[in-house]
Design a protein around this ligand. Structure first.
Ligand code: Z5A
Length: 210
């Protein structure tokens, strides 16, 4: 089977990072050569852009700058890392991709979806993930998980995590609407379930996908 591009999406605290490693292990056991990556980030330049995007000191960042920085990091990511890996027959799993831009900059910030689609076309020229998992859960549960994690680790919260519940409700609604529009590409997971149950659903979907 050719290399495939899988993305993980959802509101915060859904378990993307936790399950990224599970998916990597499962696919590696099946004999796939797997590359794990994330957005914003994934390359040296992309990680530098990420540091700007998440920096709490940059509360003055305007929405258009945020949007364009997301796509600047993404085009570097696609050209430097994702497409070369796929061309070499590897599987690429990314913690977030363009669905996040529709959800956060479109749904939550309120930027025009048509404008996002135009930039997406310019940057991606039709390139899309083969499969997208959406880790869906009530916003308050996700926020509580992130708060608990930050208290345990002693790390602060970033520029996005400072947003209010209503912001994340819009993010969630946009993800679900997108999944409804193109159900063949998305698997919506109930991320409020215990981890073992979420991972069982992921494994079943991956087995079908293979
Ligand atoms: N962003 C954007 O605006 N536009 C874009 O185009 C892109 C991104 C690409 C950085 O993303 C921010 O960039 C993001 C959107 C924006 N901001 N937000 N919010 P990120 O992916 O790096 O950061 P994140 O979304 O905040 O990730 P996260 O908070 O780390 O969420 P997660 O990866 O889904 O969660 P986790 O670390 O795997 O799990 C959180 C905790 O819950 C942890 O303690 C787990 O042990 C626990 N957990 C996980 N699953 C379970 C279950 N099933 N039961 C119980 N506990 C669980």
């Amino acid at each position: 089977m050719q290399g495939q591009f899988i993305t993980l999406e959802g509101t915060e605290g859904g378990g993307k990072s936790t399950n990224l490693r599970f998916i990597e292990s499962f696919l590696t056991e099946q004999g796939m050569d797997v590359v794990v990556t994330r957005e914003p980030g994934g390359t040296e330049i992309g990680e530098a852009v990420r540091a700007i995007l998440l920096n709490n000191d940059f509360s003055a960042m305007c929405d258009d700058a945020e949007l364009l920085l997301m796509f600047a990091a993404r085009v570097q990511h696609i050209q430097e890392k994702i497409k070369p890996a796929l061309a070499a027959g590897k599987w690429v799993i990314s913690d977030r991709f363009t669905d996040a831009t529709y959800a956060y900059q479109g749904g939550a910030r309120g930027l025009d979806m048509q404008r996002i689609a135009q930039i997406e076309q310019w940057v991606q020229q039709g390139f899309q993930p083969n499969l997208t998992f959406i880790f869906d859960l009530p916003v308050e549960i996700g926020m509580a998980r992130v708060l608990a994690r930050s208290q345990q680790s002693g790390q602060g919260i970033d520029r996005f995590e400072q947003e209010k519940r209503s912001f994340f409700e819009k993010v969630r609604a946009t993800y679900l609407a997108r999944a409804q529009q193109s159900p063949e590409r998305y698997e919506v997971l109930d991320a409020s379930q215990p981890l073992a149950s979420v991972q069982q659903t992921i494994q079943t979907r991956l087995q079908n996908f293979l």
